[in-house]
Design a protein around this ligand. Sequence first.
Ligand SMILES: [Zn+2]
Length: 378
Amino acid sequence: MRFLSSLALAFFVGKTYATYRDFGIPVSTATVQVQAFNVVNVTFVNGPEASLIGPVLPGRGSVPFPNYAFLVTHKNSTRIVWDLGLRADTANYAPSIAGLFTAGIITVQPGAKGMTDLLTQGGVPLSSINQVIWSHAHFDHVGDMSKFPSTTQLVIGAETNTATFPQNSGASLLASDFANRTVTKIDFSKATLKFGSLKAIDYFGDGSFYLVDTPGHFPGHMSALARVTPTSFVYLGSDTYHNAAEIRPRPAFQQNFPCPAHLLAEAKTAISTDFFWSPKTTDGAFDVVSRADPLMIASDLPTSLTADPLTAGISLAKVAAFDADPDFFVVVAHDLSLRESLPYFPKTLNSWQTSRLKQNTVWNFVDPTNPAFLLSPL
Ligand SMILES: [Zn+2]
């Protein structure tokens, strides 16, 4: 009888990912240590000059964003830095980028430091960093490579536009970003692995850290899958999305991570039914459970910072399968809903699963008291 009822449940539920093995990820006991930094907090004017996410509800045009970067340490003591965040001296960006700050489109919190300062102050000498990997070459991920010794290699996606200022007047990168170091390009056309529907490369060759092809946001955009225990992973999602409402809620996600009752009740009146709807919503009472699509999207306006919104949306839908699975904790570079909850360096993210970090945070985006909440007019 019990067998029959579980069979009936499986039939009803259909195909969902049960464990990391269902994604085609090989078994391995090799792990890496992942440590998070919030390099800087910024305020971004999500408006007519540059846009990231939509819809922009009245009074919600000015959006705070954190800027995460990660120290990844392999058992053989190889140290990788995944993204550098913003450089602290924003006036020294190429003019096309520095203008975003002088125009007030991005405001950096006073006293901001760069990732290189945070590493050094944390007792991690820059000379101990073997490789810096840029998830992509947007200015808020490339930091200031000139601070690293020439022994630190730079790893970038093959499609990265490596034009630099001043040789190219409109370029966003600087010659100093590439000078005097080995630059390795990751070419996913040669990838032999596929996780879910995403091409992947085994970075160390032992299953501890994979680079994952997630095109669309910007040329050369990559994610990474870090194995932090033999059976659990941190998915470094880069700029696959910027607000958690772009990836959630979806049916498989809701099945594995049901919204806590108190947040369901809060969301009912907090989420504006003038702007959001679902099959069981009524005027003034939003129903989260019957909502089958994410509530927000990456901006597809002409001023969108996402280069190819259509392709980015496909990458996002593929990453959503990982987000729905209990073996993966997805953290993207600017997810404000996680800011108060992430364990930061010198702590590690390795015990996210036993500490229930995912269960405790994935619905923060519908919590009107969380700073990431954007689902009602202000
Ligand atoms: Zn970014």
